[in-house]
Design a protein around this ligand. Structure first.
Ligand code: UDX
Length: 442
């Protein structure tokens, strides 16, 4: 929203949240999230046409357009537990909007929602009997963390879904005009409400599917001496396949992919399409397999035991340039290695606080070390789990000299020059490529 505000000085934007600490943080020197470039934009707009407040009711009442971005986590109870989206926050918000409205409004779904959610919201909002009219639009957010500012400044597309009624189409045009302040018109596409809601789930499912597909091939590469990077390069040059999102890794993480696929799976089941549900479910299963395959490789390579061995995990964030650790493969690897009774040290330039929080009780058994050199000191192994450029630039000779021998490095992101590491003395285990080891094979 700060980026929208920066391009639309003629409009006033108020971000509301019931969480006082978060609203205070947004107006302080340390924003509640780490996102490159965001600080400057908030600074530029704050107090001019961008405001933050905890007075939700007042600002509902004053607004013409309301963007709803409340969380829609995976349901943990009742029907659909573990898969369906928990819509309780969304529904509460709809009721709150209704209670505090004295004028008609446009309500925009920003949160990722199951297809046909807008129908339920329209029913709640338009059940007022006091002559107010609410148009519900779907405007899914496609930005990725770490590149959020660029993705908002220059989106591949903006998708706006609405009803085909006259009032619905007017509402769609209002939102089109807002985005047209900085997005070229041909990139603003409109669709019916259900296509728009579903497109968000499908986009994430397709992206995650590409990663699971290349990760499945990485397992085969490790058995056959094929190199997954070479395979990805070769197939990606085919324009029909495309080169993006084919980086094999320890697995995908983040708050969206798993949640949205499970949601899609649930929807397919709900609509009586079990074969379609199983097809998409496999994308998540393949990701879990990839994470556990990585851990098994670590344990088997280190003579079938890591109990009591110090292992440095380079990275906790689910990807580089974010402090977000939600569904991070790094933490999955950490949990599995703790099960094996390894002695774990985590280092990450931004995500240590969130890692500590997400690990809960287990965090007590983990050492958090800001300096990667200190983390690796006297370790048996390093596992690279997040593709921070900082990890690329380290002096691996110095690191090697400080480690217990034989020293192992498991590169879950294929980030470092493996030959060079091998020449320094490391036993190197990339993803989807032959291992480079000094150990005698038998
Ligand atoms: C994703 C979508 O990209 C975005 O459009 C949507 O709005 C939200 O979900 P995000 O979760 O921020 O964004 O991260 P993304 O860059 O998509 O990466 C997701 C995960 O996949 C990360 O763990 C990343 O490391 C991993 N990944 C990505 C790979 O393992 N290989 C790749 O080739 C690309």
């Amino acid at each position: 929203m700060p980026i929208v505000a920066s391009h639309c000085p003629q409009h006033r934007f108020v971000i509301v949240d019931i969480n006082e600490a978060r609203i205070a943080a947004w107006q302080s020197d340390k924003l509640p999230i780490y996102e490159p470039g965001l600080d400057e934009i908030v600074k530029k707009t704050l107090g001019k046409n961008l405001f933050f407040s905890t007075d939700v009711n007042k600002h509902i009442s004053e607004a013409d357009i309301i963007f709803v971005s409340v969380n829609t986590p995976t349901k943990v109870f009742g029907e659909g537990a573990g898969r369906a989206a928990d819509l309780q926050y969304w529904e509460k918000t709809a009721r709150q909007i209704l209670e505090n409205s004295i004028t008609s409004k446009i309500v925009v779904e920003k949160s990722t929602l199951p297809v046909r959610t807008a129908e339920a919201m329209e029913r709640i909002l338009n059940s007022n009997g006091n002559g107010l009219h609410f148009d519900v639009l779907s405007n899914p957010e496609f930005l990725a963390e770490g590149t959020a500012v660029r993705d908002m400044e220059e989106p591949d597309r903006v998708l706006i879904g609405g009803r085909t009624t006259e009032s619905g189409q007017r509402a769609v045009q209002t939102l089109v005009e807002l985005y047209a302040n900085w997005v070229p018109r041909e990139r603003i596409i409109t669709a019916n409400l259900w296509s728009s809601e579903l497109s968000k789930l499908v986009a994430n499912a397709f992206l995650a599917q590409r990663i699971s597909s290349i990760n499945s091939i990485s397992a085969l590469c490790e058995k056959t001496e094929a190199d997954v990077s070479e395979v990805a390069h070769a197939i990606g040059l085919d324009n029909r396949i495309g080169k993006y999102f084919l980086r094999s890794s320890v697995g995908f993480g983040g708050s969206c992919f798993k949640k949205d696929i499970l949601n899609l799976v649930y929807l397919c089941e709900h609509y009586g399409l079990p074969e379609v549900a199983r097809y998409w479910e496999q994308v998540v299963k393949m990701n879990e397999y990839q994470e556990m395959r990585f851990v098994s490789k670590m344990v088997s390579s280190m003579f079938n035991t890591v109990a009591g061995k110090r292992i440095a995990l380079f990275g906790a964030a689910f990807k580089a340039n974010t402090n977000d650790t939600r569904e991070s493969p790094a933490l999955e690897v950490c949990r599995a290695l703790l099960e094996e009774r390894a002695d774990i040290v985590i280092t990450d330039p931004q995500a240590m606080d969130n890692a500590r929080h997400d690990l809960g009780e287990l965090a007590k058994r983990v050492t958090f070390e800001a300096d990667p050199y200190a983390a690796a000191k006297e370790a048996h192994a390093i596992a690279i789990l997040t593709e921070w450029t900082q990890f690329k630039e380290l002096d691996y000779e110095k690191i090697y000299n400080s480690m217990i021998k034989p020293a192992f490095i498991f590169d879950g992101r294929n980030l470092i020059d493996h030959k060079k590491l091998y020449q320094l003395g490391f036993n190197v285990y990339p993803i989807g490529k032959p291992a480079l080891t000094h150990l005698q094979s038998h």
